[in-house]
Design a protein around this ligand. Structure first.
Ligand SMILES: Cc1cc2nc3c(=O)[nH]c(=O)nc-3n(C[C@H](O)[C@H](O)[C@H](O)COP(=O)(O)O)c2cc1C
Length: 390
């Protein structure tokens, strides 16, 4: 069973990801992992942190001679900002350390600060935000890069694009070729396939900058080349749509998820929503009239692209802070402000890709198994043959 975990605090020494269950023999390129980390740091609207950090992965276990060896893969990403926090967040308490803390006592509405401080019984929300911070997603992206390498061996690719920033919406489906072209850009603005819409998105972010505000949006992750039959209709927890939804909503600031054109579908009649079924006799395969279902029917992949959208709320830390209460005095106070992002929708798309890649890789391994890539491939090809002869 493929599983992953992350550890690390936003201003701690490093972030760590472990990924267990990847078969032996999967080719891993450090450059490809680092490219994913670079993509996570891009986008118009990011805060100062992205300017001081260039994330680099160190693979410290599970990969030898550029291939996985079947043991857990462990990846470490050092926080360059740690040098500014060694005294504020030391591992061991020393004399005088108390005065060097950077306490957060005015919880930010929308952040984990207040709920976490109450739950863990801290007067200072610092330890809460250190872990709640989306800096943690650096480790998810690193683990996701390994899952992508595995999926790539089966011709499965996972990419994303931005379909809305604030009120500006792409308003149409994007073709895989457009999304692929977008992923090759060396400069990322807002990750939208339409340059005119992207420009309007930029104006919304500029407005947020001007007014000390923040803005959210919607990203879409597309898994391309996925075979039919991953996930299952038989139990609630094997349904792939549910597992993808959990993976996407587990991301910081994501408050909604859509499989395919769910919201549009809910406002339409069934005749306009379901994807009609056809058969191409020459190619001996089923075809579909559209892909509004987002490649999932009955909790199983149906062979079309898997489309998962994440709805991102605007970032909680505002330069023009909202009303809060000081934890020490219980008096009204403006919420704390710490260097922060204004818009993170393109980066969230990249994190969403990692989450979708991890879930799809997990579903592939459940279905095809295998301790080595060769074994998984044999099983996969046998299944494809069965599908072809169906
Ligand atoms: C890529 C990314 C970057 C983020 N950057 C910030 C940030 O700079 N400041 C902030 O307050 N929240 C940021 N967030 C959101 C918070 O981490 C999140 O709102 C907080 O942990 C509370 O969790 P919740 O919004 O899921 O309830 C970011 C989220 C993502 C996905």
């Amino acid at each position: 069973m493929l599983r992953f975990e992350t550890a690390g605090e936003s201003h701690g020494e490093c972030l760590v990801a472990t990924l267990t269950g990847i078969p032996a023999g999967v080719p891993i390129s450090l450059e490809a992992v680092n490219h994913e980390l670079w993509r996570r740091q891009q986008g118009y609207g990011r805060g100062g942190r992205m300017k001081i950090e260039t994330d680099r992965a160190e693979i410290v276990a599970g990969v030898r001679h550029s291939r996985t060896i079947g043991s857990p893969v462990a990846i470490l990403i050092r926080n360059q900002d740690w040098q500014n926090w060694t005294e504020a967040l030391p591992v061991e308490d020393t004399e005088g350390a108390e005065g060097k803390k950077k306490p957060v006592t005015r919880p930010r509405p929308g952040h984990a600060d207040l709920a976490g401080a109450i739950k863990y019984n801290f007067e200072d929300a610092r330890y809460i935000l250190e872990r709640a911070s989306a800096r943690e997603t650096t480790a998810r992206v690193a683990a996701g890069a390994v899952a992508k390498a595995f999926l790539g061996e089966f011709g499965i690719r996972v990419l994303s694009h931005v379909i809305a920033v604030g009120p500006v919406h792409l308003g149409r489906a994007a073709a895989w070729d457009e999304i692929e072209a977008l992923s090759r850009r060396t400069e990322v603005l807002l990750g939208c396939v339409d340059a005119d819409v992207e420009q309007k998105m930029k104006e919304v972010v500029d407005q947020a900058y001007r007014t000390g505000d923040t803005v959210g949006g919607v990203f879409e992750v597309v898994a391309h080349g996925v075979p039919p039959g991953l996930g299952s209709h038989i139990t609630w927890d094997t349904r792939l749509d549910g597992r993808l939804a959990q993976a996407i909503v587990s991301m910081q600031a994501v408050k909604g998820v859509e499989i395919g054109f769910a919201a549009e579908g809910a406002a339409s009649f069934g005749s306009a929503v379901q994807d009609t079924i056809h058969y191409d006799k020459e190619a001996h395969r089923f075809t579909r009239g559209a892909n509004r279902a987002g490649g999932l029917e009955g909790g199983m992949t149906n062979g079309q692209d898997v489309l998962v959208r994440g709805l991102l709320k605007p970032i909680s830390t505002l330069r023009r802070p909202l009303e809060s209460v000081d934890l020490a005095t219980r008096e009204p106070a403006l919420a704390a402000y710490e260097r922060s992002d204004v818009c993170v929708v393109p980066a969230a798309g990249v994190i969403g890709e990692a989450m979708v890649a991890l879930v799809v890789a997990q579903a592939c391994l459940e279905k095809f198994g295998g301790d080595s890539l060769g074994e998984t491939r044999r099983n996969y090809e046998g299944y494809l043959e069965q599908v072809k002869n169906f």
